[in-house]
Write a protein that binds this ligand. Structure first.
Ligand SMILES: [Zn+2]
Length: 221
């Protein structure tokens, strides 16, 4: 299992994309422990190192504390997948998922303090066991409040990729989670179809030989 790429263009969508692919049987889960969650958040600058230290200390106090926080974070992740997946598909938001996000956001705001920043002020979350979940809830709500909802897309790649991303291209033309992953895969499939060879499955992570096009691993490079 290699390094997970952040292709979502937004922390809430990157969080959704911590399972690869989002659908199908052979999923790789990237957040298997509380420590995985904390490391993922620190690398993405969702929380700073001192905050991570407090979260780790609280998790170490009891055997189940970290596991409980991970479960709560995973519940939020699946709710966000349902919410932003529905937005990408132009569907109505699922009520249960919205309730899950609302509850995480309320919890976050109950632990937020208005602190001086330069310039102005910002909400700072109390360092605690659930701080990653709270931060993601805040980010997700900010995205929902933005005018960028029509830029949220779901990758149609093979192997039921399903990763979500915010399309920041000038003419809203981005289609794939990555050009070297699912985008290249589709190119290879078109090439194969044109040359009437076997047009079977194309796995984004596994290079195929003998096609004549470079197949780079997308997330596990
Ligand atoms: Zn994809």
């Amino acid at each position: 299992m290699g390094v997970l790429r952040r292709l979502g263009g937004h922390p809430a969508l990157d969080f959704v994309n911590t399972v690869d692919p989002r659908e199908g049987d052979e999923q790789i889960e990237y957040l298997n422990s509380f420590e995985d969650l904390v490391q993922w958040a620190v690398r993405g600058r969702l929380i700073d190192a001192p905050t991570a230290r407090v979260a780790r200390t609280q998790a170490a106090r009891s055997g189940s504390a970290g596991a409980g926080a991970l479960t709560r974070a995973m519940n939020l992740r699946e709710a966000l997948y349902a919410i932003f997946g529905a937005i990408a598909a132009g569907r109505r938001l699922p009520r249960g998922a919205v309730a899950e996000l609302e509850s995480a956001w309320r919890e976050a705001m109950a632990h937020a303090h208005l602190t001086a920043a330069r310039p102005g002020f910002r909400w700072k979350l109390t360092a605690a066991l659930d701080v990653v979940r709270w931060q993601i809830a805040r980010d997700a709500v900010a995205l929902l409040e933005s005018d960028r909802l029509d830029r949220i897309k779901r990758c149609p790649g093979s192997q039921a990729c399903g990763w979500l991303f915010l399309d920041a291209s000038r003419n809203a033309s981005r289609r794939w989670c990555s050009m070297d992953g699912c985008g290249n895969c589709a190119k290879v499939r078109r090439y194969v179809a044109r040359h009437r060879r076997d047009g079977s499955s194309c796995s984004p992570g596994i290079p195929r030989s003998g096609i004549g096009l470079p197949m780079n691993s997308r997330r596990h490079a």
